[in-house]
Design a protein around this ligand. Structure first.
Ligand code: RRO
Length: 635
């Protein structure tokens, strides 16, 4: 089951207080039934970005309840022995029937009967406060259901202790849906919930009204004074604990404590984790969490549910969407509909002038989330890969992203498989896209760059190479793209290595970017692209320290558009090669402005995080403006 490709508008059915939180209900006529643990990216349609500031990015929320409930499986007794059947004791046909009872509504029924999706929200910042203020009938942009889901307990043999759900704070939400699914299946379930204090507490009467719940609170306002993990500790001391399975969601220290307790007692557990997320579908690489054994996983596509193991966690493939690591068979993509006369760029024929900015759309991950719809409605006229380096890189330590007024800062740190891994694993899958492929590459020396260009030049799937020169040269310590002489020398070294178009991706963080562009052209570049992100930082008011772990990163989004326009104008006037313009493009009008400034192509970057189909929408808006003969609007 995959999420519908793109974001869609859903109406607010209800928004009411539930203790210190709010229950927020949406009517979704377009999406499949979510599984427990899955989440949605939500942003209000109106007054998002009001005052041109925050909130800018959508926010992730686990679904807490779905109406109508799935039909009871015909395999399930209406009453009787609790926990006497489970998926592991069924043959595969029965198991599939049971699974499909989780998704029992046809699309036709859905049109008549939209799903009602309930979320639990706590207003803690501009995004959540904006959602908390919504009224019935207002509309919300919805992308989802996303991520994997809780799985069925392994040990639920007849007589097993069943499930123990452990929730903390707002993290009780996905456990409410999980509890109902277990109740439908007669899985014996015990629920332990904890809250910090009366203000940070709620949802009980609405989400857990019909079941017994053991409660804890740090301030003692409700239940046991202390942590919910005290309750879990006591429960796991019981005789039947070893055959139980624990499911948990809550703040990171609580999840660490749950994983440690379960590891001590040899009890299996699954944890739904949280991490700052800009897109929810694998594009932004912001939601990285450390993997045992090194490296990072993107929680949106390899989580949010992870399995506890040895006091740590392991990642397992999504059940909600497709497995992004699997070699999925590909149906031939439909030929793109004729949209416009097309654009010629460095010898490539593109169906329109809108492409993506490198590092802002992972087509392989998106394919796992949205399935073949991605290929059928591919949002860009050419696809630019995330930057590839010679050796594999894990990327930077989180926190990697930070929302700013009308934009965001990133310091992702080039996570990638390295050239060899890219050629073997990513390239064959990117070659399945219905548009030309431009591969972005970055080296830390001319020799590195040369090996990258040679490796890519030998592959016919690669239509063009973009050289990301926003990196220090290990020999000189200078950022290549900040120095015209370094850029010229690099291009002179690389130009003889390939006949494929070379595009130089320029940094905006220099006094005279046009001088670097001229050097790139002189060295033999076929095109230049700009702007990469602007060097930026932000201080987290909660800690007084930079919000990005690396201290600073690159700013993108509408906040940088005027800078991008200025640089595109001056560079387009200075060079004869085509310019790919990018920086804060979120609409056809923005794209038109970029073309009017002198760009031949326009790349969409941060807007992809808010709207996976942004490229398609922007191209459509742009083409209808061009058809109307509209030029730059100076109003
Ligand atoms: O991976 C990144 O952190 C990154 C790169 Br390579 C880049 O060129 N621009 C950016 O904003 N982030």
């Amino acid at each position: 089951m995959t999420a519908p490709f793109g974001r869609r508008l859903c109406s607010v059915a209800e928004n009411r207080a539930s203790g210190g939180y709010r229950i927020f209900s949406l009517l979704d006529a377009g999406g499949p039934e979510p599984l427990p643990g899955q989440f949605y990216m939500l942003a209000t349609e109106a007054r998002w970005e009001e005052r041109g500031e925050r909130p800018f990015l959508p926010r992730a929320f686990s679904v807490a309840h779905v109406e109508p409930e799935p039909l009871r499986s015909p395999l399930q007794p209406d009453s009787g022995q609790k926990g006497d059947r489970n998926e592991n004791s069924l043959d595969s046909g029965e198991a599939e029937a049971l699974r499909s009872s989780f998704r029992s509504h046809t699309d036709e029924n859905r049109e008549r009967n939209p799903l009602r999706l309930d979320f639990l929200i706590e207003g803690i910042g501009p995004g959540t406060e904006r959602l908390c203020a919504l009224e019935s009938g207002e509309r919300v942009w919805v992308n989802g259901p996303l991520g994997n889901s809780f799985s069925l307990p392994d040990e639920l043999a007849p007589g097993a202790a069943g499930a123990i759900l452990v929730g903390g704070g707002i993290g009780i939400a996905p456990l409410a849906l999980l509890r109902r699914r277990f109740a439908n299946r007669n899985v014996p379930t015990r629920v332990l919930l904890g809250f910090r204090d009366a203000t940070h507490s709620g949802g009980l009467d609405d989400l857990f009204a019909c079941c017994e719940v053991a409660l804890a609170s740090e301030d003692g306002h409700i239940g046991h004074r202390g942590y919910v993990t005290d309750l879990l500790d006591a429960m796991l001391a019981g005789d039947d604990a070893a055959s139980a399975a624990v499911y948990s969601c809550g703040p990171p220290p609580m999840l660490d404590a749950v994983a440690a307790l379960c590891a001590d007692r040899g009890v299996s557990c699954e944890l739904a984790m949280e991490s700052p997320m800009a897109c929810g579908y694998g594009a932004c690489y912001g939601c990285a969490v450390p993997k045992p054994g090194g490296g990072y996983a993107r929680l949106c596509v390899e989580g949010p549910v992870v399995r506890g193991a040895d006091g740590g966690v392991v990642f397992f493939p999504p059940q909600g969407g497709a497995d992004i690591s699997a070699e999925a068979p590909v149906s031939a993509p439909a030929a793109p509909a004729e949209e416009a006369p097309g654009v010629e760029f460095c010898g490539l024929k593109l169906r329109n002038p809108v492409i993506n900015a490198s590092g802002t759309f992972d087509a392989i991950a998106a394919r796992g989330v949205y399935g073949d719809a991605l290929l059928e409605e591919f949002p860009f006229a050419a696809f630019v890969s995330k930057t590839v380096t010679l050796e594999p890189r894990a990327g930077n330590e989180p926190q990697r992203i930070w929302e700013t007024p009308a934009g965001m800062i990133n310091s992702i740190g080039l996570p990638n498989r390295g050239l060899e891994g890219f050629l073997a694993e990513d390239l064959p899958r990117l070659a399945e896209l219905p548009v030309p492929l431009i591969v972005s590459a970055m080296g830390t020396s001319r020799e590195d760059f040369a090996r990258l260009v040679e490796g890519l030049a030998s592959r016919e799937e690669v239509a063009a190479i973009e050289l990301n020169v926003s990196c220090p040269n290990v020999h000189s310590g200078l950022i290549v793209g900040e120095q015209p002489s370094e850029t010229l020398a690099l291009l002179e070294a690389l130009r003889p290595l390939t006949a494929k178009p070379l595009i130089v991706k320029l940094t905006p963080n220099v006094a005279d970017p046009a001088a670097v562009a001229v050097a790139a052209e002189e060295g033999g570049a076929d095109a230049v692209s700009l702007i990469n992100t602007l060097k930026a930082s932000a201080i987290d008011p909660a800690t007084g320290k930079p919000g990005i772990a690396a201290g600073h990163g690159g700013l993108s989004g509408p906040a940088v558009r005027a800078v991008a326009i200025a640089q595109v104008r001056s560079i387009a006037a200075a060079v004869g090669v085509p310019v790919v313009g990018m920086g804060g493009v979120g609409s056809g009008a923005d794209a038109l402005e970029m073309l009017s400034a002198g760009a031949t192509l326009v790349a969409v970057g941060t807007e992809n995080f808010r709207d996976p189909r942004a490229g398609k929408r922007i191209a459509k808006e742009l083409l209808s403006s061009l058809e109307r003969g509209q030029g730059l609007n100076l109003d």
